[in-house]
Ligand binder design. Structure first.
Ligand code: ADP
Ligand code: MG
Length: 380
């Protein structure tokens, strides 16, 4: 979905309060009843609240849910985008928003600028987007999947990415400098390089290959496996030929039960790419899992960053489900559901019908009280 920021400067203070109220109400209501929005917003007078509700709905930041038992609204991805951007703007982390530079599998990437005009990268996590079509084709998987949980999982992905980027940067790894994080968004340094996949001239493929394999081993010696170490997530500077690694939501500890498999897969991705693109096959078979010697424990230290072990598990479980669903979809090749861009309308679908009915007692099922408190703090 596109990020349309045209309305951001026109929202009134009341509109922002109401938008925040819808977000907070979402923690235990799939569809937030209008009186509750009014109550949480703390605004006096129904007319002001109603005016804001209609403003927000008009620009698509909240959406009316029609077939619920009661009149209510839910936050859209656009609404969540606005809340995150507003947090960045208030903290003076960003000043203006520029062009979209990438559509990842599970993110949208924009170039934005801070007050000094310096360009930085905004990564908006959109977890589950790729699986909306799958979810529709596999309704039995839908039970605990509502838009609120997608939003929550996207937020976990952003928190995780920020925490890992920070600890990696602090320990001298070639990664972008993390700048800020709010809700499902991360701000980071713009790297003036292209993904390896797009780089046309690599002066010395064996050297780059050796650097990348050494990097995989270096991650592992610090207790970490990237988990998606491929030509899309390695940016290479055309002049210096230096690699910078991005994209961290799936990083795992070398103590993870499937660690060896992830490690081997990262190694294999590089091997396959170099063979295909440069016809380069190394004489060295490795690196192998047996060569991994732990000398540090960033995998443990990162837990102190505010991204807890429990959150890590929640996200891990969700990412695994998504992967399985996508693989399953690949097998079935049913072709009866659109694989094109998924817009807000499609996102709406899982919210309706039985899910809405269940909403009262199984609200926002992935949100624990801790999460709510965090969310509340963020909203303040
Ligand atoms: P996804 O998780 O969706 O794959 P990525 O973090 O890999 O998202 O980013 C997608 C694309 O956006 C990258 O392949 C790259 O082209 C671009 N990109 C992401 N982060 C940066 C950055 N810090 N500097 C420059 N380009 C970036
Ligand atoms: Mg990527």
């Amino acid at each position: 979905m596109k990020l349309d920021t045209r309305a951001i400067r026109y929202l009134t203070a009341e509109d922002w309060r109401v938008l925040t109220a819808v977000e907070m109400g979402s923690k235990n209501h799939e569809v937030v009843p209008t009186p509750l929005i009014s109550q949480i917003s703390g605004l006096r007078g129904a007319s002001g609240v109603n005016r804001s509700i209609s403003n927000l709905a008009k620009v698509g930041l909240i959406a009316k849910v029609k077939n619920a038992k009661y009149d209510g609204y839910r936050l859209t991805y656009g609404g969540l985008d606005y809340l995150a951007l507003n947090a960045f703007i208030k903290r003076k982390s960003i000043y203006s928003i520029g062009n979209q530079v990438g559509v990842g599998k599970e993110s949208d990437i924009y170039v934005v600028a801070d007050e000094s005009g310096k360009q930085i990268i905004l990564k908006i996590h959109r977890l589950g987007r790729i699986s909306f079509r799958t979810v529709k084709a596999n309704r039995d998987y839908l039970r605990n999947r509502n838009s609120a949980s997608w939003m929550y999982m996207s937020r976990l992905a952003a928190m995780k990415e920020f925490a890992f980027m920070k600890i990696l940067k602090d320990n001298g790894f070639p990664v972008p400098t993390p700048i800020d994080q709010a809700r499902h968004c991360v701000l980071m340094e713009l790297i003036d390089s292209y993904p390896l996949r797009q780089v046309t001239s690599i002066a010395d493929p064996p050297k780059l290959y050796a650097d990348l394999m050494a990097l995989i081993l270096r991650f592992a010696s610090q207790g970490l496996i990237h988990g998606d170490f491929n030509e899309f997530n390695i940016l290479v500077n055309e002049e210096t030929q230096q690699p910078v690694v991005i994209d961290f939501p799936q990083m795992v500890s070398i103590d993870h039960p499937n660690a060896k498999e992830y490690f081997d897969r990262d190694v294999q991705c590089i091997k396959t790419f170099f063979e295909r693109k440069f016809k380069f096959v190394s004489d060295d078979e490795g690196p192998t899992w047996d060569e991994v010697k732990r000398t540090g424990k960033l995998d443990i230290e990162v837990e102190a960053s505010g991204f807890s072990k429990k959150q890590a598990k929640e996200l891990d479980k969700y990412l695994q489900q998504i992967t399985q669903l996508d693989e399953r979809e690949g097998d079935e090749a049913s072709g009866d559901v659109s694989t094109d861009e998924v817009d807000e309308d499609n996102e709406d679908e899982p919210d309706q019908g039985s899910d809405a009915e269940e909403a009262e007692d199984k609200p926002y099922s992935n949100l624990s009280k801790d999460n709510h408190d965090e969310m509340k703090n963020e909203a303040d």
